[in-house]
Ligand binder design. Sequence first.
Ligand code: NAD
Length: 252
Amino acid sequence: MQSRFEGKVAIVTGGAGGIGAAICEQLATEGAIVIVCDLDIASANMLVKQLLDKGLKAEASETDIANKQACQSLVADIINRHGNIDLLANNAGINRRGDLLSLEDSDWLMSFDVNIHSMFYLCQAVLPHMIKAGGGAIVNTASQWGLHPAPSHIAYNVTKAAVAAFTQNLARDYAPKKIRVNAVCPGEIHTPMLEHGVIRSGRTIADLDAMVPYGRIGKPNEVAALVAFLMSDEAAFMCGSLVEITGAQAVA
Ligand SMILES: NC(=O)c1ccc[n+]([C@@H]2O[C@H](COP(=O)([O-])OP(=O)(O)OC[C@H]3O[C@@H](n4cnc5c(N)ncnc54)[C@H](O)[C@@H]3O)[C@@H](O)[C@H]2O)c1
């Protein structure tokens, strides 16, 4: 295995979830010190233990990324203990179902807090340190649905479109400082989030597999490999890219 991230310090939000855990494992396997940041501290601790048992470097942090102060404290604590933050995966997200007339105000507001305001808070806290260090890499998890809206998910689709626009704006403003900001836009990926959606809709994983031209939905480690590539020096000239990873699926 290559070690593209030896000694680098990485924050992964939603690090205990499906895609997040795969990103943590990939970065840690390649030498990074990974901060597994999640509301679900029990799962974060479990993942950290698994990584430590393999001789990798990881820490858990119980942080609500929808809270600006919590984001600032997380970053200040990491800087105090490690001196820098090289990599940031803004991966945590929630998916509240509903069209305009059925969605509760609280679901609309919470979708913005978790899916996009968190990125504003964390990037604002992290960027000064990356600038001081002479560079860094940020990968935001958007969604295919932010580019091509799926029906009856207005809060999710709009916030993920905002993630795409945020990514392009940040990339444009900070590329001169050698900070690369990119986004991944996954289609259907087999995670706890997807399983909840499948149960709600009365469909099965096999139904979803059949809708993907490649023949199956995606796996968390396939998204993690793309995130790691975008964070690595191999992607040195990629800034502001929105990379779809969908198995050629059109939104249905
Ligand atoms: N699974 C898919 O099909 C799919 C497709 C496209 C995009 N995505 C995006 O990928 C990302 C990861 O999704 P997933 O499928 O792994 O979901 P998941 O539900 O398995 O994981 C999300 C994680 O985020 C954490 N989280 C939620 N709110 C938080 C908060 N306020 N503070 C800190 N942590 C919080 C959860 O505890 C959970 O561990 C999300 O942004 C999601 O929108 C997923």
